[in-house]
Ligand binder design. Sequence first.
Ligand SMILES: [Zn+2]
Ligand SMILES: [Zn+2]
Ligand SMILES: [Zn+2]
Ligand SMILES: [Zn+2]
Ligand SMILES: [Zn+2]
Length: 564
Amino acid sequence: MKKICKNCKKDFEVRKEDLIFYDQIKVPPPLMCPDCRMQRRISFRNERTLYRRPCDKCGKNGISLYASGTLFPVYCHTCWWGDSWNPTSYGMKYDPARPFMGQFAELKNKVPRVRLLSINSINSEYENNSSENKNCYLIFAAENNEDCLYGRLVQHCKNSMDCAFLYDSELCYECVDTRKSFKCLYGERLQECVDTFFSFDMRNCQNCIFCVNGRNLRYQIYNRSCTKEEFKKKKAEIFKDYASIEKAKEEFNRLRSGALVKYAFATKCVNATGDYMYNCHDGARIFDVSNAKNCSYVADAEDPIDCQDVNNHYFKGERCYNVMGALQDTNCIGIIFSFYCNNVYYSDSCRNCSDCFGCVALNNKKYCILNKEYPKEEYEKIKNEITEEMKRIGIYGEYFPAELSPYPYNDTLAQEYFPMTEKEAKEKGFNWQTETSGTYGKETIKEENMPETAEEVNEEILKEILVCKDCKKNFRITKSELDFYKRMNIPPPRKDFECRHQDRMKKRNPRKLWHRACMCKKTNHPHHLDIECPSGCPNKFETSYRDDRPEMVYCEQCYQQEIS
Ligand SMILES: [Zn+2]
Ligand SMILES: [Zn+2]
Ligand SMILES: [Zn+2]
Ligand SMILES: [Zn+2]
Ligand SMILES: [Zn+2]
């Protein structure tokens, strides 16, 4: 079934699998296309814009996701998790004469919210959507790390800095999509690699520089064998100073664009479209997801089952729809940050709840509507009334309206995946932040006076205010950061952490798919030897490589044939 997106006015396809799902959870088909739906959900996620503000209960200053001046109070962890306040005291009686969404907005603007989503971390005040970290600084969506700085999606890592999508690794710097690696710098798609630099798509490799598509390599430069001495010499040459590292980055970009790539960064996936997938079965448009079964339009998730339109969904969520931020939820629709909930609808920040509708920040509650408790029968009756009202005006099943996000659009994950200008965002009903945090023009050291080598740097740099060469924002270097540069023998960066993060995110493919054909023209691949295909491999696929990308994009079979 074809529909026209209410938001971007483009056509989109509602698949027959989608219709079965909508039927099962009793919602009408969506009004917006998958991209606009994803954009809406992640506009409710501020992952990395932090502000300093006091707790509205105890007055203690701290770091928060919310700038001062929110309509709702923001509490520090101690106050929020403590029992000195009761979210049901904000309960409102549903008024059938007024639209439900307006009443929910009213409640949302009264109930306190926690200042940061950070759980059980030690000495890691500047983190968000994170847990179990120790001595970490400015890391986001990160768990179980020690001594890690400036990262997004960093899990089970130690002593690593400026990485994104880094797992089970140590002493890595500027690595993206890397697993189980040690002492790797400037790498992408490394797995089980050691001492590997400026390399792409490598598995079980050691001591490699400027290599691509490597498997089980030892001592190689440009995918050719070298002696230990040659390796040492090349490494010293590259890491000699700032300028030669910059040159090596350019050289790496050139090499990378000539690499062979598989249509999707996918392992053990069956009947699934998307990218960055592991062990996903039966679904469409799955990005950065592992172990999904029968899920579609999903991003940043682990182990979801029978879910659609969910983001940041972890611990085996089941049958959820339109959810952003969940741990082990089942049968939930229209949810923001909800943990261990069942049958919860259109709610925000609830934990351990079941059968709730339109609630905010409840813990361990049942049969609540707008934070007010009811006997079971009455709950069901009012819930049906609200559902009918929402269906009548055509919003049941849809996510929250844009203006209900407590964050400015440019502070959210949506700006990262669906960038918009202030004008565009406002036209679409999103909030916008015009004041920037941070300062400009206060630098005490100009770019041309920055140290060229790691040896030149000493603790004096900790006193300096630096300036980002891209956005001109001022930034500083921390002590643990300096120690890392010294240890790894690299000069300090000339961009602030946000611009460095943006550069890394640009290395990853977009969350979009194009229909393309395998580019393989080899004449020795059994699966297209004797079929009638003089122009090469006949396989077609959905890929996140647009057709103007420089890489050679192969189907699974051809890629395996060439690289294994
Ligand atoms: Zn759209
Ligand atoms: Zn407090
Ligand atoms: Zn910058
Ligand atoms: Zn092929
Ligand atoms: Zn082939």
